[in-house]
Write a protein of this length. Structure first.
Length: 402
């Protein structure tokens, strides 16, 4: 067992130093606690960082803390990491009577989660706490900072989330995916631009090999998707695009309509598209071979989630980005604009998105090969391909200071 040393700290906190048995005995295995969840955009980066730590430090003890009932409760054990839960929920931003009642309940959960967080930290005695965002990371990181455990934060988006902004003042380091996020944080905040972790399969997939595997020829390939659940606002205009391009089969098209878009093939039939007659159109519910599909594509139509954009950059793909307006702080719009401002992508907001506007934008970007290549080249210039190693270097640096 370790012992605890209390001392006065800044901001009126009592800092509690954990001097664990492994330190007194000279053992060299590190203990890292990860906190983040709510969406795959917060969970997958944490798992990627954990995987890099485990690669370099096989004896490291890793623990992931997430929300009870969150998707992390399933994904983290599946990835092979121990998981502890706290009971917490996010605040509702739209103020209705129903949501006000939910927010009152959330305040109660938040108070209780502080005690749960402290208990987990006392039991695990981490050397470092890594937060990747989402409301669940707030209580854990706050408790860790108050108890003298160094914290680092990884922010995936171009517009930092509320949790990142609130906790950045206590962090030993804030790791940003994109340079644009700096302007939203205090000048005194210790910042390192690391990029977002990208799956190795994305980095190694090759265009010609992928096209051969997918049975594609040299015509332009369009890849479109709206996430695993699907998005009606994307599916409907994409159906118009497919119906238009099927008149002369000018494009090869891979489209995933998602779990809630099973009506999509019927919509194509209504628009006169017989998929059996158009082998250049590949319509499916979900894309399980994304590295190959992305590598094969000339143009991608998708949302502007942070990890998706990092994968587009890693592959050097031109894209038409359709930010979801239904996310916190409208962060997908800011993510998209970080590419648009560098002519690495085009943007169509939902309020201007129709079948006609999408068709015009696709034709505009694909008819001139040089235009497409400019977008592709600029996207590739933005890529940070060694994000995992940069993040691991930050972790090593902070641990060495401790």
């Amino acid at each position: 067992m370790g012992y605890i040393n209390e001392r006065a700290g800044k901001n009126g906190f009592i800092l509690i130093d954990f001097l664990s048995a492994k330190h007194r005995e000279g053992a060299n295995s590190m203990k890292i606690l990860f906190a983040g969840g709510g969406t795959a955009g917060h969970i997958n980066p944490a798992l990627a960082i954990a995987g890099t730590v485990r690669k370099h430090e096989p004896k490291a003890q890793l623990l992931y803390v997430g929300a009870k009932g969150g998707m992390e409760q399933r994904l983290v054990p599946e990835a092979g990491y121990p998981f502890r839960e706290i009971t917490i929920s996010g605040f509702q931003r739209k103020l209705t009577l129903k949501n006000i009642a939910k927010n009152i309940h959330t305040v109660g959960l938040l108070i209780a989660s502080n005690g749960q967080s402290k208990r987990i930290i006392r039991e695990f005695q981490p050397d470092l706490c890594v937060g990747t965002g989402g409301y669940v990371s707030g209580p854990i990181l706050r408790a860790a900072a108050r108890m003298g455990v160094p914290i680092v934060i990884h922010e995936q988006n171009a517009f930092p989330g509320v949790t990142t902004k609130m906790l950045s003042k206590y962090a030993k380091r804030v790791m940003l995916a994109v340079e644009d996020a700096k302007k939203y944080l205090d000048d005194s905040c210790p910042i390192t631009v690391t990029g977002n972790p990208v799956r190795p399969a994305i980095l190694t997939a090759k265009r010609e090999e992928a096209r051969k595997k997918l049975g594609l020829d040299q015509r332009p390939v369009i890849l479109s998707f709206g996430g695993s659940l699907g998005a009606r606002k994307i599916n409907e205009p994409v159906a118009d695009l497919i119906a238009c391009s099927c008149k002369d089969d000018r494009y090869q098209h891979i489209h995933a309509y998602g779990q809630y878009g099973k009506w999509f093939p019927d919509l194509l039939k209504e628009k006169g598209v017989d998929l059996k007659q158009h082998k250049n159109v590949d319509v499916r519910e979900y894309i399980k071979d994304m590295p190959d599909c992305l590598a094969a594509a000339d143009l991608v139509i998708c949302r502007a989630g942070a990890i998706t954009l990092s994968e587009l950059q890693a592959q050097g793909k031109a894209s038409i980005l359709i930010p979801s307006p239904n996310v916190a702080e409208n962060h997908q719009y800011h993510n998209a604009m970080s590419l648009v401002n560098r002519k690495a992508a085009a943007i169509l907001e939902e309020k201007e998105l129709t079948g006609d506007t999408l068709i015009r934008k696709v034709n505009e970007m694909t008819q001139d090969r040089k235009t497409l290549e400019i977008y592709q080249s600029n996207a590739r210039k933005m890529a940070i391909l060694d994000a995992n190693e940069r993040i691991y270097s930050v972790i090593q640096e902070i641990l060495s200071q401790k």
